[in-house]
Design a binder for this molecule. Sequence first.
Ligand code: HEC
Ligand code: HEC
Ligand code: HEC
Length: 340
Amino acid sequence: MKAAYVLIYILQTERGSSPISELSLMRILDAALIVSGVAILAIYAVLSLSATFAGVHTIEVNATAGPRGLPCAQCHPYIRDELGAGPALTAHLRAANNTNYTTYLAAGGIAYNSTANESYNGAVQLRPVVYSVDFRDDTLGDNATYDEGDAAYFYNTTGNRTWEKALWSVTGGTFSPTGVTSRESLDLDSSGTVEAGEACLLCHGAEFFGIDGTHTKVVVRACDDDRCHGNANRTWNDYRLHGNESYLTVVSAGKHLSTPPGNYSVHETFYNRSSQNNSSYADGAPFGVTGGNAGPGGGYISQGHWTCLGCHTGVGAALNITQPTPFPHSNASASRQRYL
Ligand code: HEC
Ligand code: HEC
Ligand code: HEC
């Protein structure tokens, strides 16, 4: 402490200001210590106060509730209100309320078969199965193409309607049950239905996209994600999960849009050109695989989804058009002149 006084004393003298006595220096420093002590106490008090009223002002992800503990709509009410009407919201709410679908997302699903004939624990069974991203290079149904440890999820038809994780064993030639079961739900307030404020995580929850390491567990994915509506490279969202075959077009919109002219879409140029640009949103390699809609630079998803937004968002414009005064042709002897 003494050294500090001396240092300040020297500094003061060197800068040419009048030297102050050591006694007054001590008083100043004592006062400074008291002030900072009070400040530290105040910070502690505020922290415990905010912990008591923790909620909307806690931006850190909650350790137990995870991203589900963040009340999105409290900070982003304009987005909830934007989503608050229209067929797109209805469709996404239907998806968010489908717990087979949310489980499929969280499991890294790429395909679903309600009547899969797979060997489970040594016996061939007719069961609904979700195949995870591990099966991306395999032929589903041909277990000679499966690799050791490939994870599939078997539906528990008799018990509590959960999905059980099972791992393929090459030597056993069967899926070995792990006992780990799940059924993901976005009904955070347990009201029985997923509302608009809860649906945010369907498109923004890191857990559904197999991405770790984001601070708040909130990420931005896009319409043309592999497991949403597909893209030029992959369509991994299985229409059979949505209970109606007409959803085939819904899950593969990105595929159709990127098909060369003459087949499906005249908007292919629009989509493929915007896919050649990176967006500002990280790709993050969902479930360890680079997204099919990753931009050319790598690391980021492309701007391809802006094509979807181009047709599927309604931007209102209020036009006030002033019509020109019509020429009446009423004066037969008007002098001849050039038009401007
Ligand atoms: C405590 C307030 C708060 C809460 C709660 C909150 N956010 Fe945010 N969020 C913010 C702020 C602040 C930003 C940064 C805004 C900016 O960059 O302009 C942000 C940014 C974002 C972004 C943009 C990220 C990007 O890379 O551009 C997304 C997506 C997002 N929030 C989604 C969510 C979702 C989903 C939830 C609920 C799980 C949520 N937020 C809850 C305050 C909040
Ligand atoms: C149907 C999927 C979907 C749902 C549901 C959804 N979002 Fe998004 N959100 C997106 C996409 C796609 C983008 C990126 C758009 C772009 O390229 O700018 C985005 C962007 C954002 C951004 C960053 C852009 C900005 O305006 O700052 C925020 C914040 C955000 N969403 C919050 C929310 C919140 C909060 C909810 C729930 C009330 C929600 N989102 C629901 C798909 C969705
Ligand atoms: C050129 C304009 C255009 C583009 C670009 C476009 N769409 Fe569409 N989309 C439409 C039209 C038009 C419909 C039919 C609407 C109807 O029949 O009510 C449609 C229907 C859909 C539907 C089915 C809705 C339903 O309820 O059956 C989905 C899902 C969809 N589009 C998603 C996408 C996605 C994802 C992208 C981007 C990869 C995209 N669309 C790009 C114009 C477009």
